[in-house]
Design a protein around this ligand. Sequence first.
Ligand SMILES: [Zn+2]
Length: 208
Amino acid sequence: MNIGPYSVEDYMHLVKSFHGSLAPGLMIGGFMVDLARSELPDGVLYDAISETKTCLPDALQLLTPCTIGNGWLKVMDFGRYALCLYDKYEGKGVRVFLDPEKLESWPEIKMWFFKLKPKSEQDADALRDQILEAGPDILTVQHVTVDMAPLQKKGKGAIAVCPSCREAYPAKDGQTCRACQGNSPYSQEPRNVKSGLRIVSTKKEDHV
Ligand SMILES: [Zn+2]
């Protein structure tokens, strides 16, 4: 049995090194990607959507040319364990989801997916065995057409230097960059000490 171009064992090694652990969702994700690709016409150039931010984006990045960085993978966090591969020009694609209705004969997978027992009480080996045995049997395929307009890449447009942090940002975002508009993830915006530019501007403000 293979997952993408890899043996199951090689894929598990790859998952461990890339994702940090052998997450059950990534094993299932491998079968999901394979199934979706097998339903796409040969040679089609495709983009990908993950409908969850958990695990599935990594299966897509490991097994397809689509990554978050190259823009071919979109993560739409609906919390649904589903992915879609679609023709990047026409939008015709294949959606695959983990189907709750197909989990009755796979109690370990059901327990994990619906969190019916705390992780510490789940049997990781039995879960892995069931995932490998079930393969694509717990998945459902749908043929879909992606609404392309909202997904089109929007260029950054003109670049300006933010008067507050002195870093480059897309001018269309406003008078200052979005971080300086209060969206910074840091408790305090880091200061560009090396150039001294921030210090000058602070001094100026002091004298106002
Ligand atoms: Zn800024």
